[in-house]
Design a protein around this ligand. Structure first.
Ligand SMILES: *Cc1c(COP(=O)(O)O)cnc(C)c1O
Length: 387
């Protein structure tokens, strides 16, 4: 059997860690009860597991357990946060602020609201992908109800200054939402210190299962009002109806617990691998790093390669390494990455970009093999282009 390509797409998703799977398994079969069943042992067992997961996850972001609303992932959490706040605060105002480099799961709900009569300001970023605080400050208005700025970018790994944004929003009494899908388990998150009012989380970027996430919703100073977007049995204090998936919740909590436990050493390890890959690729002419050089996720490397066809580059790499061009979520479209465009990059360079996402199970040997393959592919494509 042919060898499978080396997986370097950890910003798209990650495998479930064996320890996470082991924690989940009993909740599929033996302890399969419905956490909402209050009359028997099966229900109590499930409820106890859900409560334990809620406490672990809340502690991971310095929140209270009652402040988490479980969802199917970060897409749903973003939709609940943005549409839920818009609907609940409509008498205060109709203005929402977000950023050009956000995930489509933030931009698209904002566009949806715009069509309903809300006003949306989409802020530009600096060339390094960072949002300038003065840009945000100038955009705040008396009718602004929400600011949504992501914690870590899924394409270029850039880390936005959450604490400074939080302080600015609090001073203006505007709610602050952050999409932390790429950040949880990779950088410290503290909803108190960073003055975050709503935060979207997901399990599958941090070695947990797909299909589970959470929205943190602040309950005290200020108490955030939210209009539910799914109606039904009244689960999650009426904010998100639907039977809670106990195995996924147990896995989500285990994944986050493991990631936070190893955070300092693992960040150092993946950063070393990332820097090694960049040093090797940077010997080529016309290769540029996208996004801030240091204010970024440890495992993320995003580069653009001048003078070659991006599609040909991806095809050349495919047998050896699984990577994405632009974001995985938009790779079905042929449009260049909106994130790279927001950094002021030409369409040609944006097309010829690669995102390497290095994670827990990658080794030095794999990085060296990928670097070798990428250099050889780029050199041969350039030779073809010049003859
Ligand atoms: C992956 C991702 C999402 C979507 O999360 P799902 O749990 O897959 O819905 C949203 N925002 C960012 C920044 C992401 O990286």
């Amino acid at each position: 059997m042919a060898q499978r390509p080396i997986y370097l797409d950890c910003n798209a998703t990650t495998p479930v860690d064996q320890r996470v799977l082991a924690a989940m398994l009993p909740y599929f079969t033996e302890h399969f009860g419905n956490a909402a069943s209050v009359n028997h042992l099966y229900g109590w067992e499930a409820e106890a597991a859900v409560q334990q997961a809620r406490e672990t996850l809340a502690a991971a972001i310095e929140a209270q357990p009652e402040e988490l609303v479980f969802t199917s992932g970060a897409t749903e959490a973003n939709n609940l946060a943005i549409k839920g706040v818009a609907e609940a605060y409509i008498s205060k105002g109709r203005h929402i602020i977000t950023v050009a480099t956000e995930h489509s799961a933030v931009l698209d709900p904002c566009r949806y609201l715009q069509a309903l009569g809300f006003e949306v300001t989409v802020l530009s970023v600096q060339q390094d992908g960072l949002l300038a605080l003065t840009t945000l400050e100038q955009a705040l208005r008396s009718d602004t109800i929400l600011v949504s700025v992501m914690a870590a970018n899924n394409e270029i790994g850039v880390l936005q200054p959450l604490a400074a944004i939080g302080a600015l929003c609090r001073a203006h009494q505007v709610l602050f939402h952050t999409d932390a899908a790429q950040a949880i388990g990779k950088i410290p998150l503290d909803v108190e210190a960073m003055q975050i009012d709503l935060m979207s989380l997901t399990a599958h970027k941090v070695y947990g299962p797909k299909g589970i996430g959470a929205l943190y919703v602040r309950r005290r100073s200020p108490r955030v009002q939210l209009a539910p977007q799914l109606h039904g049995g009244g689960h999650e204090r009426g904010l998100r109806s639907g039977t809670l998936p106990t195995p996924q919740l147990v896995g989500f909590a285990k994944a986050v617990e493991l990631a936070i436990g190893d955070m300092p050493s693992e960040t150092e390890r993946v950063t070393r691998l990332r820097d090694r890959l960049w040093q090797k690729l940077n010997v080529l002419d016309g290769v540029q790093l996208n996004g801030h050089a240091t204010q970024r996720l440890g495992g993320n490397l995003n580069i653009s390669v001048a003078g070659i066809d991006g599609q040909a580059l991806l095809l050349g790499l495919q047998p050896v390494v699984a990577v994405s061009s632009g974001s995985a979520c938009s790779s079905v479209k042929t449009a260049p990455s909106h994130v790279l465009q927001a950094l002021g990059q030409s369409d040609a360079l944006a097309y010829a970009s690669i995102r390497f996402g290095i994670g827990r199970f990658n080794t030095i040997a794999e990085i060296d093999r990928v670097a070798e393959c990428a250099i050889a592919t780029i050199r041969s494509l350039r030779q073809v282009a010049t003859v």
